[in-house]
Design a protein. Structure first.
Length: 53
């Protein structure tokens, strides 16, 4: 998907598409099941979870 710049617009599009994961090239990553905004600590924890699996 493509949106205007800003996690606000990414979130709006994610909600329309019922997407769980979204992000921007700037590094903002949104895990909608956990938090409705970009969260660097959450992203780091999710990456560690994947690496540990």
């Amino acid at each position: 998907m493509r949106t205007q710049v800003g996690d606000k617009y990414v979130l709006e599009e994610m909600m329309k598409l019922k997407a769980n994961l979204g992000g921007e090239q700037s590094g903002h990553t949104i895990f909608l099941d956990d938090c409705p905004t970009g969260d660097g600590i959450l992203t780091s924890l999710k990456m560690l979870e994947v690496m540990a699996a």
